[in-house]
Design a protein around this ligand. Structure first.
Ligand code: ZN
Ligand code: ZN
Length: 262
């Protein structure tokens, strides 16, 4: 069994809950400790029952509550060596004896869950994506990436569920109010993934095994759920893919997309 729930998703804060029969973990803690604790109620979980927090990268929308959560619940925090070095105050609050170094490219076992990490191109230090494999199911999480790499495509094979960034609609971003340097950063090779690019990535890895795709980290300013949904589904349709996974959209500020894979 593999449970997954998006607790929040987007530039205001990211956190994903993953559970199996043997473990309960969080990926990223970009909300305040109070909000994370409340969001966990959606999966009937108390923060004190978590076994670990895994950090994808050091941007505030992924680590805001990490220090307080770790201190309050004596929660071990896993992050790459580069992330520990650069994260500054918010991760410095994690007690030293609870800091764990996560390889940026590797695979290891955590309470019966195989966790694979791989580097993603994003303007952070040592950002990673994750694959989680239980005895029968596999899910992956890849958000905050500027472009698709061969290694990412290789790592995202044989999945039941994929959480994938669909950050912006290109036209909305280009016509929108953001200053040009910020637009350039988002569009750049180490920025964020557009709806169209999310569709391209999905097309490269789709298999009959994939049952669910969760589009995540949507920009409030430069995207709309229906545009992300349409871009991804039309890409599969244009390519004549007969197998269609269910496509969900992660809510920005509240728990959503609860899935239980068995
Ligand atoms: Zn982010
Ligand atoms: Zn980021």
């Amino acid at each position: 069994m593999l449970e997954l729930c998006m607790l929040a998703s987007g530039s205001a804060g990211n956190a994903v809950y993953i559970g199996t029969e043997k473990t309960k973990i969080l990926i990223d803690a970009g909300l305040s400790c109070r909000r994370l604790t409340a969001a966990l109620q959606a999966v009937n979980t108390d923060a004190s029952c978590l076994d670990a927090l895994f950090i994808s990268h050091e941007h505030t929308d992924h680590i805001r509550g990490a220090g307080v959560l770790s201190r309050r619940y004596k929660l071990p925090v896993y992050a790459t060596a580069a992330t520990w070095e650069t994260a500054g105050r918010q991760l410095e609050e994690v007690p030293k004896d609870l800091r764990r170094v996560l390889p940026d490219c590797g695979s290891y076992s955590f309470r019966g869950l195989e966790i694979e990490t791989f580097p993603v191109p994003h303007d952070a230090t040592g950002p990673v994506g994750f694959v989680f494999r239980s005895a029968r199911n596999a899910a992956a999480l890849v958000t905050d990436l500027g472009h698709i790499t061969t290694r990412i495509v290789e790592r995202l094979q044989k999945l039941d569920c994929l959480v994938l960034e669909a950050n912006y609609d290109e036209e909305m971003l280009l016509r929108g109010p953001y200053p040009w340097p910020l637009k350039r950063r988002i569009l750049g090779s180490c920025g964020h993934l557009s709806n169209e690019a999310a569709g391209e990535l999905l097309l490269k890895i789709i298999s009959p095994q994939m049952k669910h795709v969760i589009l995540a980290h949507l920009s409030e300013q430069n995207n709309r759920p229906r545009l992300a949904y349409k871009a991804v589904c039309s890409r599969l349709e244009q390519a004549g893919v007969s197998h269609r996974p269910r496509v969900h959209i992660a809510a920005r500020q509240s728990p959503s997309c609860y899935l239980r894979l068995a």
